[in-house]
Design a protein around this ligand. Structure first.
Ligand code: PMP
Length: 308
């Protein structure tokens, strides 16, 4: 993966090689950070780079920061402006991934959240597909369980919580799968290692509620809204049982990195007919048009980086 040329670090945009922290940094040792992940989509016809829902991403980041007792002067708007300046400096003319991070920056020993220095960094780099088989992923049900709101809150995108995601992902990939679905402590489906899950069953589009230890996904929210407005389908947020994913017609992940990834096999059982279904196909087309600025109704979800 190509590294960025610049980063926002300690209040200014610096060469990426200067954006470094020491090995004793609190967040590196104790997982006391939180991050965001946004995409910027290049539209060659408009000669424009569009950030997708930056205010929503930064609002969620500041919420995660609040859970970790961090205090920032920043607002979603100010962080969006910094990101815009960084992207302009990089002068990207391709799809990018943007990684803001808030972290406890002290270099000291002691597990806690209070009375520590809070820092923020942002970096962005060219980025393509996250799940290589995005039209035909084969997933398993992980033997790991999803972290619970009373253990490490999944609605905060907390760095330490991603040890859970990494265990889920690595075991799935080493067993020959592309990804995994993970169950809550109660045994309901929550999400993937770093993506939310949707199922089409009996013609309805269904996703677990936000109280099922899932990240409050911005792609999830966008897909719920696009489906309700553009598709003739009933949309439901309800619990999903493990065996329902064996019996449903369609299954797909949503996420900034994963975008809309079709799942066509679960534990060696074909999903529906075993190929990407019509609802997933249509939502992928619509989503691609929305994020690249081709659907005027959703123009307020995207923000141009370059001045015209
Ligand atoms: N769940 C988890 C655990 C994630 O890390 C992500 C990626 N941010 C998602 C879901 C999808 O969220 P979003 O659509 O906001 O990227």
């Amino acid at each position: 993966m190509a590294l960025p040329n610049f980063a926002y670090f300690r209040g200014e945009i610096v060469p990426y090689s200067e954006a470094k922290v020491g090995v004793l940094t609190h967040a590196l040792n104790y997982g006391t950070g939180a991050f965001a992940g946004l995409r910027g989509y290049w539209n060659p016809d408009d000669e424009q780079l569009y950030m997708f829902r930056p205010h929503d991403h930064f609002r969620r980041l500041l919420n995660s920061a609040k859970i970790l007792c961090m205090e920032f002067e920043h607002t979603p708007e100010s962080l969006t402006e910094i990101t815009k300046a960084l992207l302009r400096k990089e002068a990207y003319r391709e799809d990018v991934y943007i990684r803001p991070l808030v972290y406890k920056a002290d270099e000291m020993i002691g597990v806690k959240l209070h009375d520590l220095i809070d820092e923020i960094s942002i970096a962005a780099m060219p980025f393509g597909l996250y799940v290589a088989k995005d039209t035909n992923a084969h997933v398993t049900i992980s033997s790991w369980r999803r972290i619970d709101d009373n253990v490490i809150p999944a609605r905060g995108k907390i760095t330490g919580a991603y040890a859970n995601s990494a265990l889920i992902k690595t075991d799935a990939v080493r067993a020959g799968f592309d990804e995994a679905l993970v169950l809550t402590q109660e045994g309901h489906i929550s999400e993937g290692s770093a993506m939310n899950l949707f199922m089409v069953r009996d013609g309805k589009l269904i996703t677990p509620p936000l109280t099922e230890n899932v990240l409050e996904g911005i792609t999830r929210r966008s897909v719920l809204e696009i489906a309700a407005r553009e598709l003739d389908i009933i949309v439901e947020e309800r619990l999903i049982d493990r065996t329902e994913v064996y019996l449903c017609e369609e299954l797909f992940f949503t996420g900034t990195a994963a975008q809309i990834t079709a799942i066509t096999m679960v534990d060696h059982r074909p999903v529906g007919s075993g190929v990407m279904g019509p609802v997933t196909t249509r939502l992928r087309e619509l989503f691609n048009d929305v994020v690249r600025g081709k659907m005027p109704t959703y123009r307020d979800w995207i923000m141009p980086v370059y001045e015209k």
